[in-house]
Write a protein that binds this ligand. Structure first.
Ligand SMILES: [Zn+2]
Length: 471
């Protein structure tokens, strides 16, 4: 009966990919000689010229180190499990036979080659936001062979994500984005180590999460997180590969790298809340995050490989309609509050407050809210009131609450005389945000009995009438 010799993955390129061999030697030396006669190239990696085992290589027989036994003359019983264990210096970035094949199109590029591919394997990249931008970023960086990829997101996959978030499919609807993404990415590249951070990035956790990575990719969709990511990268000295999308326009840059500016050098403070609509309100062309996210992945690889001209001190604008790329020159602001020579921000702050977003508990509204159950009761009581739907026409075509009148948000002011001043008016939109703005507008225009439908048509669909589509 033979014994089994196990070959560790870094050495399998010398054994034609063989992970284990049957051997018959009576002691370790005989076993190794059998190995060397079949695969002579491996000898140099295990043995010194004087015939001793190299000191960074250990051999274990049935979990016992032969150095603590009889060395190379240690006897090998039949059926033993013999393992070669080379020392691995923190994060082994040697490429296996399988990886050499997988990355062959990289290896034939002189700018990448084996040494570049090892750098990619040794790199640790954090993708913040696994959505429109995070999808192409994580897919391409995983495919390219990034060794460690962190993913930050706490959301679940929604039907309306599938128009652009190409990591996900219908099977993942209502499932965690992180788990769905990892499933897909592992299938694409099982050699990458995926670290999941299932949290909303905040001032409390950002430094702790970001500190272990080499590069941060900003795939966020809101101002508080964008400023938080920027400040955390400055405080920790990490490059921040920035991308942003809205309607048909995209932006790309690298912040806080190689003496270049940070996001605050360019935009010291955010716009007031409500001035710039989010993608959910303003829309985004589905392919746009594909274009911008791919450019971010490109810049991240260039940083890792130290090749090409990076988007440092440069700000790229992309217009999908005119199909134009324009580039602006940007520079570091020595007076920048976070990365300047005398910064006033030396730790993370409250970014919601900085962006003018009040916490829900502090919010003071001068109109009442009504729940979907209360509205349903009113419909059943036959009381006189008006339900005003302020969504866009394409949204009404998808889903509509019966017995409502429709005036799109931007037309309400000009058509305000279509509404009865003395009647109770309940305003609704998709989630309750836009309708809240219209409630304010009506009150400013002398309407007295105005209420906002809490949770909008989404809540109506979930709690009252599930036949209404959620979009
Ligand atoms: Zn700055």
């Amino acid at each position: 009966m033979a014994s089994t010799l196990k070959i560790p993955s870094p050495l399998r390129r010398f054994t034609n990919g063989q992970a284990s061999l049957d051997v018959n030697g009576k002691n370790v030396e005989e076993v190794l000689n059998e190995l060397f006669s079949e695969y002579p190239d491996i000898k140099n990696h295990l043995m010194e010229d004087d015939g001793n085992l190299r000191n960074f290589v250990n051999i274990f027989i049935n979990s016992e180190n032969i150095r603590q036994k009889g060395g190379l003359s240690t006897l090998v019983d039949d059926g033993s499990d013999i393992r070669i264990i080379p020392s691995i210096a923190g994060g082994n970035s040697e490429l296996t036979q399988e990886e050499l094949i997988r990355y062959s199109r990289h290896l034939s590029l002189p700018e990448v080659g084996v040494s570049g591919q090892k750098k990619i394997k040794a790199s640790k990249v954090l993708v913040i936001g696994v959505g429109g931008l995070g999808s192409p970023v994580s897919l391409y960086l995983a495919a390219a062979g990034v060794g460690t990829m962190g993913l930050v997101d706490f959301d679940v996959v929604d039907e309306s994500n599938l128009q652009r978030q190409v990591l996900f499919g219908v099977d993942q609807k209502n499932k965690s984005k992180l788990e769905s993404a990892t499933e897909r990415l592992k299938n694409l590249n099982p050699h990458t180590k995926y670290i999941l951070h299932k949290v909303a990035l905040s001032s409390e956790n950002a430094l702790d999460i970001i500190k272990d990575y080499d590069i941060v990719i900003d795939g966020t969709d809101n101002f508080p997180t964008r400023y938080l990511v920027n400040d955390a990268c400055v405080l920790l000295g990490k490059p921040n590969v920035y991308g942003s999308i809205y309607r048909f326009d995209g932006q790309v840059s690298i912040f806080n790298y190689d003496k270049g500016p940070c996001y605050r050098c360019l935009y010291p403070a955010p716009p007031p809340p409500g001035l710039v609509p989010s993608c959910a309100e303003g829309g985004v062309l589905g392919v746009l995050p594909g274009i911008i996210g791919t450019l971010q992945a490109n810049e991240a690889l260039k940083i890792i490989l130290n090749i090409g001209d990076l988007m440092v001190n440069r700000f790229l604008l992309f217009d999908a309609l005119s199909m134009e790329f324009n580039e602006l020159k940007i520079t570091k602001d020595e007076n920048c509050v976070v990365c300047g020579s005398n910064p006033s921000i030396t730790k993370l702050i409250d970014y919601k407050q900085f962006c003018g977003i009040l916490n829900d508990d502090n919010k003071q509204e001068d109109f009442d809210e009504i729940t979907v159950q209360e509205l349903n009761d009113r419909f059943n009581n036959g009381k006189t009131f008006t339900v005003l739907d302020v969504r866009e026409i394409h949204e009404v075509q998808i889903a509509k609450i019966k017995g409502t009148i429709h005036i799109p948000m931007k037309e309400v002011y000009n058509r305000i005389n279509e509404l009865n001043l003395n009647e109770e008016i309940i305003v609704h939109c998709k989630s309750g945000k836009r309708s809240a703005k219209i409630c304010k507008l009506l009150i400013e225009n002398n309407f007295i009995n105005v209420k906002n439908l809490k949770g909008g048509i989404i809540a109506w669909s979930k709690e009252i009438d599930s036949s209404i589509s959620v979009y």
